[in-house]
Design a protein around this ligand. Structure first.
Ligand code: MLT
Length: 305
């Protein structure tokens, strides 16, 4: 039996299904050094956003045949190097999309209706009703950067809230977006200046690193709102700190961080930010889809039934 290492919590039913063909070790919360030490024993490793499968890890992983990424993002796997090593990499591109899109709306409603403040003040014994005047989503203009699978689900949900939806995505199919009521903008500054709130749904690549920085925040409307459930690093956290502190950006909800799991202490301490620990994909349903999508790819690869 081949040996399979799991570095993050995966749905139990999936782990049980894997036991049919693999000897499994589950070790979560490892540092990169700990991962490097144990990986030489394994033919397969399954990760979420927790572990980096970089050159150093792959050089140590002398038996490694397959990396399974339970999730869409592949920025924590060196794909080019994996190719040179003959290591097959599988991810689960659409398994998490709905979970992420729904979290975006949870955060949006929380930001505009002060849900977090309502709870915190109630628990402190306060009745802060007069201070908790919020705003409706209905009629607001939502900007979506990245009109892939997640961006399109976000757009459809936004339409149900009767929001205006503008999209920015140089690679998007305009006809498809028109059908769901998204107006695609090609000029980034024009797009940023036209929206009340912005949600990002792009991967982290060389091209998208610090996609939002000082100049982009300056191009946004005063008092705009930002949600990032995409990837840490697509937003320049220093620039965001300045924009939130000055009130240029009224509020933000940040689920993903340039450094995880450390996150950015200074940024997350601001009162006008809702911080969460990369939970976009963390719904039972998404986790189930992720693990079974991976199992299908891995079983097909090895010819297992
Ligand atoms: C994804 O890329 O789909 C997420 O990062 C999954 C995760 O939480 O690991």
């Amino acid at each position: 039996m081949k040996k399979l290492l799991i570095t993050a919590k995966l749905a139990d039913a999936g782990v049980d299904a894997l036991r049919k063909h693999f000897e499994i070790k589950i070790k979560t919360g490892m540092s990169q050094a700990e991962l490097k030490e144990i990986i030489p024993d394994f033919e397969v490793v399954l990760i979420r956003s927790d572990a980096k499968i970089d050159q150093e890890i792959m050089d140590a992983a002398t038996k490694l045949e397959v990396v399974g990424r339970a999730g869409a993002g592949l920025d924590n796997v060196d794909l080019e190097y994996a190719k040179t090593k003959g290591v097959k990499v599988f991810n689960t591109p659409n398994a998490n999309s709905n979970a992420v899109a729904e979290l975006v709306f949870g955060l949006m409603l929380s930001l505009y209706r002060n849900i977090r403040e309502a709870d915190l003040t109630m628990k402190k014994g306060e009745w802060a009703k007069p201070q908790l005047l919020g705003q409706e989503l209905n009629g607001k203009t939502l900007g979506i950067v990245g009109m892939g699978h997640i961006g399109q689900i976000v757009a459809k949900l936004a339409k149900a809230f009767e929001m205006e939806v503008l999209g920015y995505d140089p690679y998007a199919d305009q006809t498809k977006l028109k059908e769901i009521g998204v107006e695609l903008k090609t000029d980034l500054n024009e797009f940023l200046g036209a929206i009340d709130l912005l949600t990002l749904h792009i991967p982290k690549t060389k091209e998208t690193t610090h996609f939002l920085s000082t100049a982009e925040f300056a191009a946004m409307q005063d008092g705009a709102v930002l949600i990032n459930c995409a990837r840490g690093g697509v937003v320049d956290e220093d620039a965001l700190y300045t924009a939130l502190e000055s009130g240029k950006i009224a509020a933000a909800a940040i689920d993903v961080w340039e450094q995880e799991p450390e996150a950015n202490d200074k940024l997350k301490a601001l009162p006008n930010i809702i911080a969460s620990p990369h939970i976009g994909a963390s719904s039972r349903q998404a986790q189930m889809r992720c693990v079974f999508d991976l199992i299908k790819s891995i079983f097909d690869f090895y010819g297992y039934e």
